[in-house]
Design a protein around this ligand. Structure first.
Ligand SMILES: Cc1cc2nc3c(=O)[nH]c(=O)nc-3n(C[C@H](O)[C@H](O)[C@H](O)COP(=O)(O)OP(=O)(O)OC[C@H]3O[C@@H](n4cnc5c(N)ncnc54)[C@H](O)[C@@H]3O)c2cc1C
Length: 400
């Protein structure tokens, strides 16, 4: 394992860092730049996206215009820089769920599907959503419980069912849908593409949540006869789990990459206050209790970075890195929650206010332990891998 960054990738990373410092942090500090859902408003977003595109800092999860690819290790370094600002990922077209949708389409879509469904997302012309989770008694943590059905009628599939918590659905034009096409236990699910303007489905509601929202919110959808041509299936019938695994592994990992950027931002805000604030004749930064809090966060962030880099490296070798992704996801999701909590504590009442970004991160962080697999599900996966690989679970990669 070698996490050394090639100089050209470090150049991209450094340019992202500069863009965040010069453009996004000042914008984030301007209340007029926010929308009603705790995200960057559409007008400044479009302005910033144009600048990011002109700077060549755009859709870095796909091959660059010159054909080079920064790979997952390169993405780890770049995504962390992007999310020093809460506006970062969406400005660079690397926010969930478009990020994961683009990566899976890049990997699995046919050339015709890429042109129709991927290229407009990559160009920033449309947004997308990934519709898998269902309300009780449908599929959530356990995809074998998915009930939304797609019945084949000639060259068309007709969809009936319900989904919820579909991020971005209100603003999305392109949807990836996971639906049941048979009761086969391993090949019962299939993945489809559909467009917002097709009839036979609707948004029942935008679900209220405790945290800030991605553009388009988190929605509950109903399908009552949506017709999808067979040509809009990703891979073949029955390969929905393969599509899901291909999408969720990298998407979980890029969540972790972004969350590390947010965790580092929390430390930054805490250090800034601790350096300036005095009480009982002592600067906060000179108190050992504060130093221990920050030191513990520093070690935990670096542990997260190493777990993320190892999983990214696994994926760059063409593997899923399932155990590595699960370890990174559990660690970084909990770290983000703790980083926001500790930073709020160090900032006192200021930390609880909307004067800093900490309360935003704290509300957002709670979802990290649920989305793309709850902590407990990832622990279950890890236990399964340990049980099936025995002592081999702990092996090192050997050169050659
Ligand atoms: C903000 C947000 C955005 C989301 N965006 C999307 C999206 O865009 N598309 C989409 O399809 N879904 C999305 N989801 C849904 C998310 O992926 C699911 O919430 C997650 O997979 C868990 O499913 P569930 O909510 O049905 O929980 P359930 O399956 O009902 O589980 C509830 C709880 O039970 C426990 N549990 C479950 N399984 C086990 C186990 N094996 N062992 C021990 N304990 C267990 C866990 O604590 C879990 O939190 C989003 C969710 C949130 C909160």
């Amino acid at each position: 394992m070698d996490f050394t960054l090639p100089a050209w990738i470090d150049d991209i990373r450094a340019r992202i860092a500069g863009f965040v410092e010069e453009e996004l942090l000042p914008l984030e500090a301007d209340p007029a730049a926010w929308d009603a859902h705790g995200n960057i408003a559409e007008a400044p977003l479009e302005r910033m996206r144009a600048k990011a595109r002109d700077a060549g800092l755009w859709t870095l999860q796909l091959p660059l215009p010159d054909g080079r690819h920064i790979g997952r290790v390169g993405m780890a370094a770049c995504y962390e820089e992007m999310n020093r600002s809460v506006f970062g990922p969406v400005v660079f077209n690397s926010a969930a769920p478009d990020d994961g949708n683009m990566m899976v389409l890049d990997q699995l879509a046919t050339p015709a599907q890429r042109q129709r469904w991927l290229d407009p997302i990559a160009a920033g012309q449309v947004r997308s959503a990934f519709a898998m989770t269902e309300p009780h008694p449908g599929g959530g943590s356990d995809p074998s419980m998915i009930r939304t059905r797609a019945e084949r009628l000639g060259d068309t599939y007709v969809v009936h069912g319900r989904k919820w918590f579909i991020t971005g659905a209100e603003g999305a034009a392109h949807f990836i849908l996971i639906a049941r096409t048979s009761d086969d236990p391993s090949r019962g699910l299939s993945a489809f593409l559909f467009h917002r303007d097709q009839p036979g489905w609707r948004i029942l509601r935008r679900i209220g949540i405790m945290g800030p929202e991605e553009h388009g919110g988190h929605c509950e959808l109903e399908f009552d006869g949506l017709e999808i041509p067979a040509g809009n299936m990703i891979l073949e019938e029955g390969r929905g789990m393969k599509v899901t695994q291909t999408r969720l592994g990298p998407a979980r990992l890029t969540h972790c990459m972004r969350w590390l950027g947010l965790a580092k931002r929390c430390v930054e805000v805490a250090q800034d206050y601790a350096d300036r604030r005095e009480g009982f004749g002592v600067r906060l930064a000179d108190r050992e209790s504060i130093q221990l809090m920050l030191g513990e966060l520093g070690a935990s962030i670096e542990t997260g970075r190493l777990l993320v880099m190892k999983a990214a490296w696994e994926q760059d070798q063409g593997r899923y890195g399932r155990a590595e992704v699960s370890m990174a996801k559990i660690h970084v999701a909990n770290l983000l929650h703790r980083a926001a909590d500790v930073a709020i504590q160090i900032n006192g009442a200021r930390g609880y206010s909307t004067d800093t970004v900490l309360e935003w991160v704290y509300r957002y962080a709670r979802q990290a332990r649920l989305v793309d697999g709850a902590d407990e599900v990832h622990r279950m996966v890890l236990n399964r891998e340990m049980a099936s690989n025995g002592r081999g679970f702990w092996s090192w990669e050997v050169a050659g």
